[in-house]
Design a protein around this ligand. Structure first.
Ligand SMILES: CC1=C(CCC(=O)O)c2cc3nc(cc4[nH]c(cc5[nH]c(cc1n2)c(C)c5CCC(=O)O)c(CCC(=O)O)c4C)C(CCC(=O)O)=C3C
Ligand SMILES: [Fe+2]
Length: 371
């Protein structure tokens, strides 16, 4: 069987592993959820995609193809409402703990733009804001680019800009892992109840191999993104009670001659079917909520392919809209405010907790993003 990665999980180490320069740096006056942004209507789709891909060398055909995915979903990305749901949950958890902390919504590629929200923070005389970026991972797309967003927004606002501290990467927090593990177990149980023998497959967003090689703040930490994804998959599998699984990638873009992380999930499903598998449980470990990569690339494209292959597909729920997820965000906030870190599992470190958009390492974000 073609099996890109079948390692059994090693012993779980619960020592907190973080090197945040901003940990324990005191109370903040606001929390900002900073995300990717998505179109709200069909007219937004092309301007949004132009924002996303400015200067990135994404072929026109790929853009048109991605635009079609958004049009199929009514021209509206599910992402903004999903993020607003996370914010609602955060407000509820803050209220329950008696903490009065305003929560703001900001995006890189669509309104409310992070530049405008930062101006709003300044207007409201907020001196220190914590920024929760909605990606669990290190590397340029998941982390470094959010640092760039913060730096750009603060520069646009000038001297009145608040101090802005990005919360740490969270792929290995106990709450993140256990929420995904429970969702995965639910699908495995459904398959077993239906008399199937499910194969567990983890999937995350592909990135260029050159970007993965550049990810990590120093020489020893390179390949950070794929190592973090692999570690999270191992941890979720272990907690779900599975010791044999695959890790694959999805949603690649860029020119075809540029190598990205492989295999692709659709190709992998085909190979599994050829090898006699008839039941797949897919855990979308790379994504916190049901945005386009999940509802289109998995629930639609992959589902169609599986149907034609005669393979039963079950997809685990993403954790974003759960109370546990909101609690995890508040754990990350506590890490900044008091220095007390949430439990983190496995052995691959989290970085990314820094003030004012200063990247953790010089090379981590540079190679892919800037040249
Ligand atoms: C690692 C990773 C995550 C996961 C971590 C995280 O969550 O951040 C992620 C999330 C997302 N990616 C998203 C959308 C897009 N990503 C694109 C392009 C790209 N993604 C990349 C990587 C990632 N992307 C890369 C290396 C590119 C190539 C060009 C570039 O470096 O920019 C493009 C351009 C068209 C295309 O080429 O596909 C779009 C429209 C949305 C919103 C979906 C919605 O609307 O629901 C979300 C949450
Ligand atoms: Fe993306």
């Amino acid at each position: 069987m073609p099996s890109p990665e079948n390692s059994a999980p090693g012993p779980v180490d619960t020592t907190p592993v973080l090197t945040p320069s901003a940990a324990g740096s005191g109370r903040v006056d606001a929390l900002v959820l900073l995300s990717f942004g998505g179109p709200e209507s069909p007219d937004d789709v092309m301007p949004f995609l132009e924002n996303v891909t400015r200067g990135r060398g994404i072929p026109r055909e790929r853009l048109e193809e991605v635009a079609e995915h958004y049009y199929h979903l009514g021209g509206k990305s599910p992402l903004n409402s999903l993020n607003l749901q996370i914010i609602d949950n955060l407000r509820a958890e803050l209220a329950a703990s008696g903490r009065e902390l305003p929560v703001f919504f900001a995006n890189r590629n669509w309104a409310p733009y992070v530049e405008d929200v930062t101006a709003e923070l300044a207007e409201q005389k907020i001196a220190r804001a914590a920024v929760f970026a909605t990606s669990a991972w290190g590397g340029y797309s998941g982390c470094g680019q959010y640092h760039e967003d913060i730096a750009r927004a603060r520069a646009a606002v000038g001297d009145a800009a608040p101090e802005m501290i990005k919360l740490g990467q969270f792929f290995s927090t106990e709450r993140f892992i256990s929420t995904f593990a429970a969702a995965t177990r639910t699908q495995l149980d459904a398959a077993i109840e239906a008399g199937e023998r499910p194969r567990l497959v983890f999937t995350a967003h592909s990135i260029p191999i050159s970007a993965d090689k550049a990810a990590g703040p120093d020489e020893e930490s390179r390949g950070l993104y794929s190592r973090q994804v692999r570690s999270a998959a191992e941890l979720v599998a272990a907690e779900a009670g599975v010791d044999d699984f695959d890790l694959v990638w999805q949603s690649r873009s860029g020119p075809p001659q540029v190598p990205w992380l492989e295999p692709d999930i659709v190709d992998h499903a085909t190979s599994l079917a050829e090898a006699g598998e008839t039941s797949l449980v897919v855990c979308p470990i790379g994504f916190i909520s049901d945005h386009v990569e999940v509802v289109w690339d998995l629930d639609n494209e992959l589902a169609e392919e599986c149907e034609s292959l005669g393979v039963t597909l079950r997809r685990a729920a993403t954790p974003g809209d759960t109370t546990e997820f909101a609690r995890m965000v508040l754990d990350l906030l506590a890490e900044v405010e008091t220095g007390e870190s949430p439990a983190r599992l496995g052995e691959v470190p989290s970085y990314g907790c820094r003030a004012n958009g200063v990247a953790c390492g010089t090379a981590c974000c540079a190679l892919f993003g800037r040249g």
